[in-house]
Ligand binder design. Structure first.
Ligand code: PGA
Length: 261
């Protein structure tokens, strides 16, 4: 099969780094990757800072012509209006955000987000030309009761029902693997990624299934990334904790040097 999906390494900073720290971290990451001669067309890199950092990140990326992309950790389902505290996709597009994470398990857990809400958020992103990174994943309890794929597959189905045609990225993040230091095995992640790709083919079409990137997330680090990237249906990673250390994150981005290709 022809490799048409560009591998994608995404760093979710969560509620960490103020805007000054964000500038320093993006600079350090850019310099580290430049020193290593990183080819951004071969492996795409994006960071996901807090909303308050995005303008600063845009400024440094534009001024220094970095090839690092950036996105938001959330997006409003609405475009404008009386929605105190919400951030419109129109504002994100103006800031040059390429992506918006939707449905991270922390938002599901702490903000009561449902698949329907997440679907509407993904639709809002698509409306503004921002590519949604749709997160799905099972809890430890789901895993025990239904196996690994059933819950993420159903979540993706319900979310995509709300989203008009357009590009999106899927991040498979088992909830029990996030921040736990206990990543899924590459075999399990592959099994779920394959089931998710089949779901995209059913809900959309074969072309969408072939071209959509599916990431694995949950305790990814430079020491375990290569195993995931060897799997045929895993096209990258959504990285939390390890994305806050420029050297470690650059090590993940440069997984090809571990795989030896
Ligand atoms: P982690 O987080 O890499 O710290 O496990 C992943 C995520 O929440 O996206």
């Amino acid at each position: 099969m022809v490799e048409q999906r560009v591998p994608f390494i995404a760093g979710n900073w969560k509620m960490q780094q103020d805007h000054l720290q964000a500038i320093a971290l993006v600079q350090k990451l850019a310099w580290t990757l430049k020193d290593a001669d990183h080819d951004f067309e071969a492996v795409e890199v994006s960071v996901f800072p807090p909303f308050t950092d995005l303008r600063s990140v845009q400024t440094i990326v534009d001024a220094d012509k970095y090839s690092i992309r950036y996105g938001s950790q959330d997006i409003s389902e609405h475009d404008a209006g009386a929605f105190t505290g919400e951030i419109s996709g129109a504002f994100l597009a103006k800031l040059g955000a390429s992506y918006a994470i939707v449905g991270h398990s922390e938002r599901r857990e702490h903000h009561g987000e449902t698949d329907a809400t997440i679907g509407r958020k993904a639709a809002a992103a698509v409306r503004h030309g921002v590519v949604p990174v749709i997160c799905v994943g099972e809890t430890a309890e789901d895993l025990e009761q239904h196996g690994a794929s059933a819950v993420p597959v159903q979540q993706l189905r319900d979310i995509l029902a709300e989203v008009p045609a357009g590009d999106f990225v899927v991040a498979y993040e088992p909830v029990w693997a996030i921040g736990s230091g206990k990543a899924a095995t590459p075999e399990q992640a592959q099994q779920v990624a394959e089931a998710l790709r089949k779901t995209i083919a059913e809900v959309r079409d074969d072309e969408a299934a072939e071209s959509t990137r599916i990431l694995y997330g949950g305790s990814v680090k430079s020491a375990n990334i290569a195993g995931f990237m060897r799997e045929p249906d895993i096209d990258g990673a959504l990285v939390g904790g390890a994305s806050l250390d420029a050297n470690e994150f650059a090590g993940i981005v440069r997984y090809r040097s571990h795989v030896g290709v």
